[in-house]
Design a protein around this ligand. Sequence first.
Ligand SMILES: Cc1ncc(COP(=O)(O)O)c(C=O)c1O
Length: 423
Amino acid sequence: MSIEESITEVPLLDLNAQYDRIQDEVKEAIDRVLDSQYFIMGPEVELFEENIAEYCQADYAVGCASGSDALLLSLMAQDIGQGDAVITTSFTFFATAGAVARLGATPIFLDIDPSSYNIDPDQVKRFLEGNHPLNEKIDVTPDEVKAMIPVHLYGQMADMDAFMELGDKYDIKVIEDAAQAIGAEYKGKRAGSIGDFGCFSFFPSKNLGGYGDGGLVTTDDPEMAEKLKVLRLHGAKPKYHHSLVGVNSRLDAIQAAVLDVKLKHLDSWSDASREKALLYNRLFKEANLQGDPNQIICDGSCAKEGKSSCNFVKNPKKILTPKELHGDPDNDGRHVYHQYVIRTGAREEIMNAFDKKNIGYSVYYPVPMHEQECFQYLGYEPKDCPISSCASNTTLALPIYPELTGAQQQYVVDTIKEILNNI
Ligand SMILES: Cc1ncc(COP(=O)(O)O)c(C=O)c1O
């Protein structure tokens, strides 16, 4: 029997495999917290904040209860609220947009670059200049924009030079949503070290995942760091004296202790994930499944003219593998492959085959923000961010994690090949 035939499942993510390797260190760290009975703030949180600030190349790191709260706190630190607008991508996890809306501000959704899935700086530039079709359509003017949130989707950083330049020009703060990109690099700089704020999530499935919820904000601004620290404690300093209306959003000591253990392994895990990504690329090429991006990338016409006009749907026998716009270490980049996402016009067929063969998969994300029901009041139509709409219909995340074996990857690729050859 070949190695491939012996494989019976490939989970999307295998946290047990990771835990098996680090459980002694993790248990020791948790025991230390239990012995101290010090669960809220305290030395474990402070030590982790110091270590992660250094890792992220930032002056300050402020722990909080989740990545969603990291975004919320960064917006609150700038007093963003009703009457303000915040530019972000339509193709992201809900929390990016939810944080803006929860504060009564208006999210502005702009479209993505079709190959990196990150917000396209040209869209932002055009909106701020008043030259974007949405300037006519939505009820927000460029001078109401107080911040923008580029998201480093799937582990690859957005084009930060362009956003920082626009931020400077229009006096707009830049918040990096680095929830999926801890350790990623852009021109040698780490995620969270370039913008005014960097927001991280320690949701268990993230590259640096805790054993529960957790999050963190990085900044180089001492005043903002201090304000974040006050905001996360109900706005109180000293205790029971509230200068601000804050929230209860702290990183638990147990989470900090676990994360500090895992931080020491993070670079080797990220490097391993990248190796898996490169192997997928090679296997897809060898299987002759790689499409030519010039022919099959979709300009979003499907969002304007119906699904059958989509270049992916027209070319279902070929897929597109992820492209590293700012992710190649030989060019001072680093894509940390939180996800390995392919583009395909045969997503349903592949998902059905994966179900039969016990291969994990996910769609990040099936509905872009500008099409979400809760944002209908903003007045967007699918065609307003057509590339995001197309990506929602054609992206598929494959299993990727450091412990994934080459044979498992071959099994995934063979399964896709079998399906696409029979279409
Ligand atoms: C891009 C992005 N932003 C924000 C978040 C929110 O993080 P959390 O789940 O820790 O609240 C996540 C993760 O879930 C995310 O992927």
